[in-house]
Design a protein around this ligand. Structure first.
Ligand code: MRU
Length: 350
C-alpha cells in the first residue's frame, strides 16, 4: 500500500506543506505555510487536524517560528520563539499531541547555544517527531491487526487515518496493516457530524487504497450494532488520561452502544497521546463555532437566535474500553496509564 504523507517541511519555501483537509474529497490540494499566523489558521480551520498530525504540526510550527523570528538580540529571539510556541500550543486545546510536539521541539531549541544551531536543532527534532509518528503508526497497525479475526467488519468514527497522522494512521493503520496481512476487513465509517471527517476523509483514504468502506449517518451505528453487523469498534484518541479517552464527539455513544451489544471497543493511539498528568475533569473540551452546525454552504439549517452547543470531543470512561493499541503493545483493563508512562521508554511493553 502506498504511504501518503500528510505534512512535511519544504526547504524551498521554507515552511510547512500539507494536504488541505478542508477541500477533500472534492479537491486534493497541497497548501503551504510560511509563517506562524497561517499555521495557526490552518490548525483552527482543520486544514491540518487529527492528534498525531497536530503533534507534527506543533513541532514544525516551532521550527517555523525559529526560522521566521528575527534574531537581532538573542534574548529577544528566544522570547519571540517562546511566544509563538505558546500561540501554537493554544490553537486547539484537547489533542495533547499538539502541546507535546510544541514542547518537545521548544526544549531542543532552548538547549542550543546560538540562533543558527537553535534553528537547526528545532528542525531536526520536528523531523524526528514526524518520522517517529510514521513508525508508531506501523507498530500500532501490526499490534492491532493481530487482534482482528481473519474476516471482520469494523465501525470507526471520525478520521484516525493517514490524514490524522504523519502517515498510515492509528485506527486506520490497524485496518491497513490487517489488509496487508491478508485479512478481509470491511469498514463502516460514521459520517461524523458536523464536519464529516468520516464521510469526507476516512472514506476518501480507504477508497483510495482499495479498502472496502461504507459510510453511515452517526445515528445508524446503534442499529447496525444491534443487528449483529459489527465485529469491533475501533477509534483513535486526542488525549488519554488515567480515567478517560477523549476523541471526536460521538465516540462515547459508540462505546456505550458497543458495551450494550458485547462488541469490543478498541482505541488505537501512540503514547504521545497519553496524559497521565490530568484527569478527565481537568481537560478542556474544545467548543467550536455556531456556523458549523447552523450552515451548510449558503443554506441556514437552524433558525436565527436559537443557540447551539458544538462540542468537538467527548470523553469515554475507561470501563467502556476493551483495549488500547499502542506502538509498544496492547494495554488491557485495568488500565494503569501512570504506571505505564513512569517506566523507562525501553521498558514499556504492556
Ligand atoms: O477535530 P479533529 O478532526 O482534529 O478530530 C480528530 C479526532 O477526533 C481523531 O479521532 C483523533 O485525533 C485521533 S487521530 C489518529
Amino acid at each position: 500500500m502506498k504511504e501518503t504523507f500528510t505534512l512535511w517541511w519544504d526547504e524551498a519555501l521554507p515552511g510547512i506543506r500539507y494536504i488541505d483537509q478542508t477541500l477533500l474529497p472534492a479537491e486534493y490540494a497541497i497548501a503551504g505555510c510560511t509563517n506562524v499566523d497561517r499555521l495557526i489558521a490552518a490548525i483552527e480551520r482543520l486544514e491540518i487536524r487529527g492528534a498525531p498530525a497536530l503533534g507534527v504540526a506543533g513541532g514544525y510550527g516551532v521550527a517555523l517560528a525559529a526560522h521566521t523570528c528575527p534574531d537581532s538580540s538573542s534574548d529577544g529571539f528566544v522570547l519571540a520563539v517562546r511566544h509563538e510556541a505558546g500561540r501554537i500550543r493554544e490553537s486547539r486545546p484537547t489533542a495533547v499531541n499538539l502541546s507535546w510536539g510544541v514542547d518537545r521541539v521548544l526544549a531542543r531549541f532552548l538547549a542550543a547555544a546560538d540562533a543558527a544551531s537553535a534553528r537547526a536543532a528545532a528542525l531536526a527534532e520536528a523531523h524526528a517527531i514526524a518520522a517517529e509518528d510514521t513508525r508508531c503508526c506501523h507498530a500500532i497497525g501490526d499490534y492491532g491487526a493481530a487482534l482482528l479475526p481473519d474476516r471482520c467488519t469494523l465501525l470507526t468514527h471520525c478520521n484516525a487515518g493517514a490524514l490524522a497522522c504523519s502517515s498510515w494512521g492509528t485506527a486506520l493503520g490497524v485496518v491497513r496493516s490487517a489488509v496487508e496481512a491478508g485479512k478481509t476487513v470491511k469498514v463502516i465509517a460514521c459520517e461524523t457530524r458536523p464536519l464529516l471527517q468520516g464521510a469526507r476523509l476516512t472514506a476518501w483514504e480507504l477508497a483510495r487504497d482499495g479498502i472496502d468502506v461504507t459510510v453511515i449517518t452517526d445515528s445508524t451505528a446503534a442499529h447496525i450494532m444491534r443487528t449483529g453487523k459489527i465485529d469491533a469498534v475501533i477509534v483513535g484518541a486526542d488525549r488519554i488520561t488515567g480515567d478517560a479517552v477523549f476523541n471526536k464527539i460521538g465516540t462515547y455513544m459508540h462505546a456505550v452502544c458497543a458495551r450494550h451489544h458485547h462488541i469490543p471497543f478498541y482505541v488505537a493511539a501512540p503514547l504521545s497521546t497519553f496524559d497521565a498528568s490530568r484527569t478527565e475533569q481537568e481537560v478542556t473540551i474544545e467548543e467550536r463555532g455556531r456556523g458549523e452546525l447552523a450552515e451548510i454552504g449558503n443554506r441556514t439549517l437552524i433558525p436565527d437566535g436559537v443557540p447551539v452547543k458544538n462540542y468537538a470531543f467527548d470523553a469515554t470512561p475507561m470501563n467502556l474500553v476493551s483495549a488500547i493499541i499502542t506502538e509498544q503493545g496492547i494495554i488491557r483493563p485495568p488500565f494503569d496509564i501512570g504506571a505505564l508512562l513512569s517506566r523507562p521508554a525501553a521498558n514499556r511493553t504492556p
